[in-house]
Design a protein around this ligand. Structure first.
Ligand code: ZN
Length: 219
């Protein structure tokens, strides 16, 4: 069951078209699996509709408000245009529809970059300055490196789960971190954890293996 959601401010920025593509993708993927946030976005959409009517009466720029309404439709159109048969069952089960548009093949065929024996990474080809969008795969039962951030990190769990500072995250959960967090998530036993990770600045490793790992983790 999904228990961790994006802050309402992020949903609002998404609905108004203010988020850059990488963050918008993360929110769209969460909302595609989360009834609660999907409902919230529809409410924001209705609010946008009401504003649009007011704008029409008051002579305010309607075009800007129209962007609020079209953002959701855009994502839905992208995902609907993909036949589900494009991907194998494991991939379809794991990858939310808005993300399939960006995926060149099945999970098992992606060019995973191995970081040690327990972590692998696939970088999406999304060219937005300052952003990295990756799939990260962590082996079951693995503690991730202790790390902090120069910027913001948005993690969406797609398979398996992990614990972080007394909180547990599983499929569909959204986890936002900023530079004030130093953390070491621990991956659940039993199933590898796959997550969509969007960052807007490099990760800074803070643990004893930092010196060893830092040159290899080019997030
Ligand atoms: Zn949610």
């Amino acid at each position: 069951m999904i228990t961790h959601h994006p802050e309402i401010e992020l949903l609002f920025d998404y609905a108004s078209g203010a988020l850059p593509e990488p963050m918008a993708l993360s929110i769209a993927c969460h909302a595609s699996t989360c009834r609660h946030c999907c409902d919230q976005l529809h409410k924001l959409e209705e609010m946008g509709g009401a504003l649009l009517e007011d704008a029409a009466e008051g002579g305010v720029k309607a075009s800007e408000l129209e962007a609020v309404l079209t953002r959701l439709d855009d994502v839905e159109i992208k995902s609907e245009s993909l036949p589900s048969s494009t991907f194998d069952e494991a991939t379809s089960k794991t990858i939310p529809k808005p993300l399939r548009f960006y995926l060149p093949g099945n999970l098992k065929d992606l060019k995973w970059r191995h970081i040690g024996r327990k972590v692998s990474q696939y970088n999406f080809d999304i060219d937005v300055a300052g952003y990295k969008v990756s799939l990260m795969r962590f082996k079951a039962g693995t503690p991730m490196p202790i790390h902090t951030h120069k910027g913001n990190e948005a993690t969406l769990v797609l398979a398996g789960g992990y614990s972080d500072q007394g909180r547990h995250f599983e499929r569909g959960d959204f986890d936002a971190k900023d530079p004030s967090h130093t953390h070491q998530p621990i991956v659940d036993e039993g199933e590898d954890c796959i997550a969509l990770v969007v960052i807007d600045a490099p990760v800074i490793l803070a643990g004893p293996f930092s010196r060893f790992l830092n040159p290899f983790i080019k997030l």
